[in-house]
Write a protein that binds this ligand. Structure first.
Ligand SMILES: Cc1cn([C@H]2C[C@H](O)[C@@H](COP(=O)(O)OP(=O)(O)OP(=O)(O)O)O2)c(=O)[nH]c1=O
Length: 203
């Protein structure tokens, strides 16, 4: 059984590698859309599921992992910014505020038709508090940082992004894009055999 990471996110690949999981990458090409009235914790699980199902068709009898991360401020969802103006708008909104970062994970085993026959689906929330940002800081971050491929326009792990974060409450790795601890825990209770294969390389 191969492990397939249905994600183009270099952070997710790095985090799974860091905990010793061997996998192949096959990103999904779905449009990340959702209806306005869907609660944020459902959005991340739905999108993770759509990504997984999109890729699963190509991978019968394998184990797939997909995820989705959003930033949520007072119930407004901030995804990846479309341009500089939107990145600036997002960072202005986050300035001096505490927001939620939600990551949804969908992972499971496919049957011979590439459909999921057993799976886990969950989300994790981390609270992140930003210091108050000046216009210059926001301008400089957009110029020299890497806001564009990240939910909310910032990367907590980036050199400059890290300077804005006053405190966090919850799993740091969830903010970076993959809630490692919850995944480890859920796999241990829900899919113990695959858990052993993933983390301890048992055959
Ligand atoms: C808040 C935050 C998000 N992010 C990233 C994680 C995700 O890669 C990205 C949110 O976009 P996603 O749509 O979750 O993921 P993606 O488009 O990068 O990859 P794929 O859909 O193929 O899985 O934002 C950080 O790297 N650091 C942060 O601090």
């Amino acid at each position: 059984m191969k492990v397939i990471l249905a994600s183009a996110s270099p952070r997710r690949a790095q985090l799974l590698t860091q905990v010793g999981i061997h996998f192949e990458i096959d990103p999904s090409s779905i449009e990340e859309t959702f209806s306005e009235d869907t609660p944020p914790h459902e959005v991340v699980q739905l999108l993770a599921r759509h990504k997984a199902e999109d890729v699963a068709k190509r991978h019968p009898e394998q184990f797939l992992i997909a995820a989705d991360t959003i930033v949520c401020l007072h119930n407004e969802i901030l995804g990846k910014p479309n341009n500089k103006d939107q990145a600036s708008e997002f960072l202005q909104k986050l300035s001096g505020q505490t927001h939620d970062v939600l990551s949804g994970v969908y992972a499971g085993k496919t049957d011979s038709a590439g459909k999921f026959r057993s799976e886990i689906c969950f989300f994790e929330r981390t609270k992140v508090t930003f210091s108050s940002l000046t216009e210059l800081e926001i301008e400089q971050y957009i110029k020299y940082g890497q806001p564009f491929d990240k939910a909310g326009s910032y990367g907590i792990q980036d050199d400059l992004g890290s300077l804005f974060v006053e405190k966090i409450n919850g799993d740091y790795y969830n903010v970076v894009g993959f809630p490692l601890h919850r995944f480890y825990d859920m796999m241990k209770t829900e899919m113990p055999d695959i858990h052993k294969k993933l983390f301890f390389q048992t055959s």
